[in-house]
Design a protein around this ligand. Structure first.
Ligand code: HMG
Ligand code: MG
Length: 299
């Protein structure tokens, strides 16, 4: 199967990356991170999350961050919202794109958002209605698509059911998340194939964590299957505080390097992205989690 000519990277570092840091990063650093990312050619940067600050204190400054960034024309800055309260906070802070999130596994969803899958979908109905009235595009995330830290295997039918529900509800894009990074390429491809039988491939994105070192291989398998939107986090930060064992997202630098090597256009300046990743790592007091970021570091 032929590969796509171009891929859109959805940079989730400022949200998925920073939500799992033990240390609280100052809002000024988050703002600088997003501004630096905006200058690399990325077109979508998930800026922050309007979840309960009691559940995720790392992102309690969501409104301050969103108000502080320089919005570059042509760059979208979506934010995560778990419910109508989050949507209203996000809108008051100036968000013009939001993402809702649920999971294919009941056990994970209970721990992550204190709701069953069906309860979470019901919570999204008023969010979708408000977003439609406000002309705000909504992305939907499905977590645990290749395995759950509490339930183990997740049936493909459960993944497809949730993806279809989000799509029918009006989510313009559905991101399929291997939250704990346990998937392997043939499973990733089969999962995407199953979902794409029910939801158009143009409306699908993939979201791999690299806990088991499989993320790039999984992405390649999914590219061959036809996906053209990939979530990743600069410096390989990330993880879900409510998913036991979940570690970093696949590093954006590593994904961009692979895509460019395959002749796929991303519009991203890899050197600028890698420099941003090393800058972030220095703010976090450690080395970048991106192999490419390390390889490109000045000697
Ligand atoms: P709950 O405790 O069941 O909520 O939490 P509640 O509705 O009963 O409300 C309890 C309190 O929270 C109330 O305050 C509400 O006002 C407040 P009180 O009256 O006690 O003072 N509250 C809020 N405050 C601010 N913003 C809000 C909000 N909603 C309620 N939006 C809730 C339910 C969903 C709020 C909670 O479980 C939550 O915030 N969970 C978020 C967990 C999270 O952020 N996880 C990480 C993101 S998901 C992820 O990383 C996966 C992904 O990357 C894809 C992948 O990798 O698979 C997307
Ligand atoms: Mg994630």
């Amino acid at each position: 199967m032929s590969l796509p000519a171009s891929v859109r990277i959805v940079e989730v570092g400022p949200r998925d990356g920073l939500q799992n840091e033990a240390a609280i990063i100052p809002a000024a650093d988050k703002i600088e991170l997003i501004n630096r990312l905006s200058a690399t050619g990325l077109r979508t940067i998930e800026a922050t999350s309007f979840v309960s600050p009691r559940w995720v204190p790392q992102l309690a400054d969501a409104a301050e961050v969103l108000a502080g960034i320089e919005r570059r024309p042509g760059v979208a800055y979506p934010v995560l919202v778990p419910n109508l309260q989050g949507y209203e906070r996000a809108r008051a802070a100036g968000a013009d794109r939001v993402s809702v999130f649920t999971a294919a596994s009941e056990a994970f969803n209970q721990r992550n958002i204190n709701a069953s899958i069906d309860q979470s979908l019901a919570r999204f109905e008023p969010v979708m209605a408000a977003a439609k009235a406000d002309d705000v595009p909504v992305r939907g995330y499905v977590s645990t698509v290749l395995g759950c830290p509490y339930q183990g295997d997740v049936p493909l039918a459960d993944v497809t059911r949730v993806a279809v529900a989000l799509h029918r509800m009006g989510c313009e894009e559905i991101s399929l998340g291997d939250t704990i990074g346990v998937g392997t390429p043939a499973k990733a491809r089969a999962m995407l194939h199953a979902v794409a039988a029910e939801v158009p491939m143009e409306a699908l994105a993939i979201h791999f964590h690299d806990t088991w070192g499989q993320a790039l291989a999984n992405i390649l398998a999914c590219l061959e299957e036809g996906v053209a939107v990939i979530d990743s986090a600069v410096a390989g930060t990330g993880g879900c505080p409510y998913a036991r064992g979940a570690s970093g997202n696949v590093a954006s630098e590593d994904v961009v390097y692979m895509l460019h090597g395959l002749g796929i256009d991303t519009g991203v300046d890899l050197d600028a992205l890698a420099a941003t990743g090393r800058w972030l790592a220095s703010r976090l007091g450690r080395e970048t989690g991106s192999r490419v970021g390390r390889a490109l570091a000045p000697q």
